[in-house]
Structure formats: C-alpha cells, structure tokens
Design a protein around this ligand. Structure first.
Ligand code: AQP
Length: 331
C-alpha cells in the first residue's frame, strides 16, 4: 500500500476549494492508501497569525476534517509543529534547494505581490518545508489542488539532489494526485482569482461551516455576467465566473460540465443558482452540522491530534535521523 501525505494550513475555516481540491479526495483515498494528514501550522505562520486564533483554527480544522470523513482509527491526523522532524528536515532541505529554484515559485510571487522584501523568509522557503513534510515519511503520493503542482515538482528536485549529493537513493520521488475536476475553485467575487480561506472577503468563498442561508446568500451574490449560460463547454471560454459556478455544480454532483450545460444552457443564472445552492448545501450542511457538534468537544480534538502526532513521530523520527546521519551530523 502506498504512503500518502497531504496537508492544509490552519489559516481559516476550510473553504469549498480546499474541500474539492483536497479534503474530498483525501477521504476517498483512505480506502487504498496509508494516509498521513497534517495541519501545517508551521506553514501557517509564514504569514502573521494571531496566536489565539491559530489555536482555535487548528481545532476547527480538525473538526472539519473529522466531520468530512477522515478516519483517525486507520490513518494519522496531527499538527505539524508537534513533530520536530519536519523542522529538522526542512532546514536540511533549505541547504539542498537552490535560490534559483525558489525564485521560480509562482505561489511566492502571488502571495508576496510587489512588496516582496517585506515578507517573511519563511514564506520564501515554504516549498522546502513542504518537501520535508512529505519526505519525512518517504510518502510517494500527495493529493493536492492545482496550485501545489509546482511545489511538488520542486519536492522531487530536492529529493533527487539530496540523493545525488550524498550518493544514496534515500528519498523517493512523489506523484501529485490532482483531481480532474475541482482542482482550482475560483473566488465567488472574481473568477480569475483562486478561492482562498484567508481572502479578506468572506463573500468570496463558501466555508465548510456555512449554514444553508449563508450559502444561499453567497451564491445569490456571486459575480456573473449578463449572458445566459451557454449550451456547450466551449461557450464558457472568457467567462471565468460562469465557468467556475458550472464547474462547482458539475464536481459536486458527479456530472460533466457538458452534461450540466445540456440541462441549463440557454437559461439565465437565476434558476441555475438555485440548483447550485441545493447541491452545495447538500454537500456541506451535514459536514457543517457535525463540525459544530465536534467543536463542543475541544478535549477530544486535542487528544486526537496528540495521538496522531505520537504515531507520526514513530514514522518520521527514524527517517529524519537517518538523513541526518547521511549528511554527517554526529549522533
Ligand atoms: N481554490 C482552490 N481550489 C482547489 N484546491 C484548492 N486548495 C486550496 N485552494 C484551492 C487545495 O487545498 C489544499 C490545502 O491548501 P492550503 O491550506 O495548504 O493552502 P492554500 O493552497 O494556500 O489554500 P488557501 O485556502 O488559499 O489558504 P490561504 O488563504 O491560507 O493561502 C491544497 O492541496 C490546495 O491545493
């Protein structure tokens, strides 16, 4: 059975993009993989996080993941900072990765914008820590949304350079599992921008704890254009908002975009938005309800993470310790 690693930053309540791009696939992949799921709190602090809010969001994300169907009896769920092997291997990878490689990372450019020099050094070396997260477990499968593809290519470059530099075949290559549909859910306010849990506008995203009324209101106010929906997918070109909403509908209802347009093509957005609301509420309401119940048990959530960290440590410690020996650290 292949070992799978994937993470999510506790930078807010998971949004529909996190769910369709990652969490929903994590749940399905549990059937035939050994899974390690991580709340990457060390990644989260690459941008400022209020300590109390970070703690609360870590618990809230744990609740959302459990409510979505992550099975902690069979698999591992923990928060990154609780397993020091990540930081140790992350530093080693900072010394393996080349500055030129990091300079090419588009996510850093997107997140840092024009004011690059004012951002944390952590944000810049984020992909090295991500490579360490995966390699600390020698995981070979990483399910992610489209935005993480470049970071996984870098992970393979780092693993290969480490192996080359130290004359070993120690670290494996990883495979990115990117869902064919839903890998890039866009903002409800701007169809050219990715939906993000830390976007300043809560109207831009559906959160996994939103109730039916909130979902209905966000979808009603979602940006669209004034044309009716096209009858085939080619008609969605240059219509990013329409394409986004149709893709969300198709992904959640397990249909193709062509099939959805065969039903709604030629109609205005009104009836489509009503149907979309039903589909989104159908998927999210049960998760939101179970999340609310779990949030009343913070002790249980903490115990779940602590147990997960203990189990994660037993895998990562020997791997990272051997990597340290390979590079000449005296043990
Ligand atoms: N809009 C999206 N569509 C599809 N997949 C997405 N993912 C994130 N946004 C979308 C996938 O969710 C997983 C966890 O993401 P993350 O929390 O590690 O960081 P992120 O990609 O930066 O997500 P956010 O929501 O945009 O967080 P913030 O606002 O903190 O930057 C990843 O697999 C990601 O691909």
């Amino acid at each position: 059975m292949q070992r799978l690693f994937s993470g999510i930053q506790p930078t807010g309540i998971p949004q529909l993009g996190n769910y369709l791009g990652a969490i929903r696939n994590w749940v399905a992949l549990q059937r035939d993989h050994e899974c390690i799921f991580c709340l990457v709190d060390m990644h989260a602090i690459t941008t400022w996080q209020d300590p109390a809010v970070l703690r609360q969001q870590t618990l809230a994300q744990t609740a959302v993941l459990l409510a979505s169907g992550i099975d902690v009896q069979k698999h591992i769920l923990f928060n990154q900072s609780a397993v020091s092997a990540h930081a140790r291997l992350g530093w080693i990878f900072n010394c393996v990765a080349r500055i030129g490689w990091l300079n090419r990372m588009t996510q850093f450019k997107d997140k840092a914008g024009k004011d690059r020099e004012k951002h944390s050094a952590g944000l810049y070396v984020y992909p090295d820590l991500m490579a360490a997260d995966i390699m600390a477990y020698k995981a070979t499968v990483v399910p992610v949304g489209d935005d993480q593809k470049q970071h996984l290519e870098l992970t393979n470059d780092i693993a290969q350079k480490f192996n080359h530099d130290y004359g070993t075949e120690f670290f494996p290559q990883v495979e990115a599992l990117i869902p064919p549909q839903g890998a890039r859910v866009m903002s409800l306010r701007d169809g050219t921008k990715k939906m993000s849990k830390s976007d300043p506008s809560a109207q831009s995203r559906i959160e996994m704890t939103d109730d039916a009324d909130t979902i209905a209101s966000k979808i009603k106010r979602a940006k669209t254009d004034s044309e009716p929906l096209p009858s085939d997918p080619a008609g969605l070109e240059n219509r990013p908002e329409a394409r986004n909403l149709v893709t969300i509908y198709a992904t959640l209802s397990g249909r193709t975009v062509a099939d959805v347009l065969a039903q709604f093509g030629g109609q205005g957005f009104g009836p489509f938005k009503t149907a979309l609301t039903d589909v989104v509420v159908g998927a999210i309401a049960p998760i939101a309800e179970e999340t609310g119940r779990l949030l009343k048990e913070p002790g249980f959530l903490c115990d779940t993470l602590r147990d997960g960290a203990n189990r994660a440590r037993t895998i990562a410690e020997p791997i990272v310790s051997e990597a340290e020996s390979l590079i000449g650290f005296l043990k």
